[in-house]
Design a protein around this ligand. Structure first.
Ligand code: EPS
Length: 390
């Protein structure tokens, strides 16, 4: 399974083309729209989110509510496009129009793709870079992830997330009993945090950063329940499923790191404090007495819940100026902007869910016969039973 996204932040639309889905999988726009609207929420978002009302249009690969096996194309309109038709126009500029859109971006923002992307493609107007490197693209990654989540749900595999840290404030009372409870509680929090005390402090930290013209980052955690053991590979480096998930998380705009289970804490512990003891019961099959490794051993799932965390740096588009260099004049200037999110960590949790869901769905589809959804459901069910009795 693979997908390609296209679209500029202020262009007419965003597109995702998904290939490799089983045929006969139920899919309607509402499955995707629900996820798109989750991504648009979150305390700390800027004015752009008041303009956009992300809604998907399924343009191919689905007939009468079921996938056909052919590529599924998804589009989401940029409502803001109507304000950018000249600056972001597709057709060559007519004589007089060039004057209107001559405002070129020659001042790269520190922390963004602007300068490196400009050098790579020879774009002296760095709008040509920032339009595509914008996190607006995550809209259609979430759309593709929503399709993956639908496939996983049909296999009784469930994905949820919450925010564990924003601007140095940690969620201390973030425990939960079931994944449904986790999802409900994080959904009802403006910062997707389970700890009410931390939630208030996080919102205050976002307000303070905003008042200061600054931005703050944080840590999100994705949890997945129901994955059978033995998905992924210990045989080939490029088929290790935890490695694929790590790449998918770090590929989200502004993400700088990833960990599974206790993650980096493992560096300071003995092996006996890190590895999870194996047990077996007739009803449950094999399980681990603890889940410090976050559901992965040897590049494969071990049947325990998957626990992945990703760290997002503060958004680099700042009201508070940082020094940079104008590529035309080579003069130092201080960069400042007109519109930005002060914190997008809650929204990024939804994007991280999508990224993880995609990798899991993709690994399942490649490991089992998957041309037909009914056959896939049957084989995964049978495999889960086999793994239990192994
Ligand atoms: C972004 C800048 C802002 C954000 C945008 C990501 O957009 P604009 O430049 O239009 O003010 O709102 O995020 C989204 C549009 C989105 O859908 O998440 C950036 O530079 O990455």
């Amino acid at each position: 399974m693979r997908y390609l996204t296209a679209g500029e932040s202020h262009g007419p639309q965003l597109t995702a083309i998904i290939e490799g889905l089983p045929a006969g999988m139920p899919l309607v726009a509402e499955d995707i729209n629900a996820e798109l609207s989750r991504r648009q929420k979150g305390y700390g978002r800027g004015r752009r989110m008041q303009i956009e009302k992300d809604q998907v249009q399924i343009k191919s690969g689905v007939r009468h509510g079921y996938t056909l096996g052919s590529p599924v194309s998804l589009t989401v309109e940029n409502k803001d496009w109507k304000h950018w038709t000249k600056i972001m126009g597709i057709e060559p500029l007519a004589g007089g129009e060039a004057e209107e859109v001559k405002r070129q971006i020659t001042r790269p923002r520190p922390g963004h793709a602007d300068l490196n992307g400009g050098i790579k493609y020879g774009h002296r107007d760095m709008r040509n870079v920032l339009e595509r490197s914008s996190a607006r693209e995550t809209t259609v990654r979430v759309a593709a992830g929503a399709v993956a989540k639908k496939l996983l749900r049909l296999l009784d595999i469930h994905v949820a997330s919450h925010v564990v840290e924003i601007g140095g404030i940690r969620s201390e009372k973030g425990s939960f009993d079931t994944i449904t409870e986790l999802q409900e509680r994080s959904e009802n929090s403006p910062v997707r945090c389970l700890d009410k005390e931390a939630e208030t402090k996080m919102m205050k930290a976002i307000d303070d950063a905003k008042a200061n013209g600054d931005s703050i980052g944080g840590i999100v955690e994705v949890i997945v329940e129901g994955m059978p053991a033995g998905i992924g590979s210990y045989v080939h480096y490029d088929k290790k499923l935890d490695a694929k998930i790590a790449a998918a998380i770090v590929s989200i705009n502004a993400f700088k790191g990833v960990e599974f289970g206790i993650g980096f804490e493992a560096a300071e512990k003995f092996g006996s404090e890190v590895h999870d003891e194996i047990a077996w019961e007739k009803e449950k099959g094999y399980y681990r007495k603890t889940n410090r490794l976050g559901g992965f051993e040897g590049g494969m799932t071990n049947g325990m819940p998957i626990v992945v965390r990703g760290v997002m740096k503060p958004i680099p588009t700042l009201y508070k100026p940082l020094e940079s260099v104008d590529v035309d004049t080579k003069e130092t200037f201080t960069a400042s902007i007109e519109r930005s999110d002060s914190c997008a960590v809650p929204a990024a949790a939804v994007v991280a869910e999508a990224a993880v869901a995609w990798e899991l769905a993709s690994a399942i589809v490649s490991q089992f016969y998957s041309d037909r959804m009914d056959a896939l459901v049957a084989s995964v069910k049978e495999f889960k039973q086999y793994a239990k009795e192994f």
